[in-house]
Design a protein around this ligand. Structure first.
Ligand SMILES: [Zn+2]
Length: 377
């Protein structure tokens, strides 16, 4: 037990909280006993023994009492990766969560991210025994965990080994799912298997994690999402009213848009229940619309156009143009082709909208026109 500080120092951590994480993991292994294979191919067995650690100066270096909390995700501890193991900022919006398995210990992984020579990092690491979460890279920054997937994803490491399901505890599943749900809600990531993926599923990677023992259907159930892939369809020729009891793709679109904007409509399952109605009323109240829980013309217009307000005019292209075209379809009650290209047809629709809402009729979608659409006018 008195070796504790030496074990902690051997972990190579730069601060006491990480040193303690590392040493505690070693003592956990001693308590459980372990079998390991050395690089030379010999098998080493360590029989279980209980060692009461004498933590010395590290006694108070536990995260809860001592460590710094994450500013991105309140339940997480903050133990930053070395600055040479990630990229500051991002080149893409966050659209995916990537699930990993560490092939090593919790403390060892966190400590490895702090090693300037590792060239790897993940945003979060989760402990098997109790689901404790440590953040190593800010969400706004690009962690190095999934090659081509790095720019658009948040990476979560899970303590354990791909080949041993015993590591995948209920505590770890629940803690990880709560984090993923939080990320999905914050960044508008659809809670489906097209966007919440394993490292193995990211193009251009040769890793197999999280492997065959990772229980995706349980995990996605805990996240509150769907275990199937697929985008939520947002483009329709008409946006008819939906309300309690309605079902189908329009309901799914409304639920998705509500979730994306921070109004918890639950799983986007296409079934308009009381949770969806409550989310609709909250959205309507926030937008100054009649809080009747019915997604009608005005609510559709506000829901479909929410977001940034870039100036758009003939020649503009992209996702914001699609958002505008869908909103015009709802607002005008006629189909405006949502192809993401602002051509003559969109120009005519914008002028029709501006004229009918007594706005300046110039075919330019600036803050005035966006504001009217986003207010559901
Ligand atoms: Zn991985």
């Amino acid at each position: 037990g008195a070796w504790y500080e030496a074990v902690a120092a051997y972990g190579g951590a730069e601060d006491d909280a990480t040193a303690r994480l590392y040493a505690d993991a070693v003592y956990d292994f001693l308590g459980q006993g372990l079998t390991a294979r050395t690089a030379g191919g010999e098998t080493v067995r360590v029989a279980p023994r209980t060692v009461e650690p004498d933590r010395g100066k590290l006694e108070r270096a536990a995260g809860d009492e001592f460590g710094v909390q994450s500013t991105d995700y309140a339940p997480a501890l903050w133990v930053p990766a070395d600055a040479s193991n990630y990229t500051v900022g991002r080149t893409s919006a966050i659209t995916h969560v990537v699930v990993h398995v560490t092939q090593g210990s919790y403390a060892g992984s966190i400590s490895w991210f702090q090693n300037p020579s590792s060239d790897v990092s993940a945003h979060y690491t989760i402990r098997s025994s109790d689901g404790q979460v440590t953040q190593s890279v800010r969400e706004k920054d690009t962690a190095w965990h999934a090659r081509s997937g790095n720019p658009y994803s948040v990476g979560i490491e899970h303590e354990g080994y791909v080949s041993d399901p015993a590591w995948f505890t209920d505590a770890m599943y629940r803690s990880s799912a709560a984090l993923t749900k939080h990320l999905a809600d914050r960044y508008g990531i659809p809670k489906d298997r097209a966007h919440i993926v394993g490292h193995v599923e990211v193009p251009g990677n040769d890793h197999t994690d999280p492997g065959p023992y990772w229980d995706w259907s349980y995990y996605m159930q805990l996240v509150g999402g769907s275990n199937s892939g697929g985008e939520v369809r947002l483009t329709f020729p008409a946006y008819t009213s939906v309300s309690t009891g309605s079902t189908g793709d329009l309901v799914r679109a409304a639920q998705h848009l509500l979730n994306q904007q921070g109004y918890d409509a639950g799983t986007a399952d296409g079934i308009f229940g009381s949770g969806t109605a409550t989310a609709v009323r909250s959205f309507q109240t926030a937008k100054g619309l009649t809080a009747d829980g019915v997604v009608g013309r005005r609510t559709w217009t506000a829901l479909l156009t929410a977001g940034t307000k870039p100036v758009l005019q003939q020649g503009s292209t992209g996702a914001a143009v699609e958002r505008l075209q869908r909103g015009l379809t709802a607002a005008l009650g006629r189909t405006v082709d949502a192809d993401g290209v602002f051509g003559p047809g969109t120009d005519a629709a914008v002028r029709e909208y501006q004229s009918s809402r007594t706005l300046t009729v110039d075919g330019i979608v600036g803050s005035g026109t966006w504001g009217a659409l986003q207010a559901g006018r």
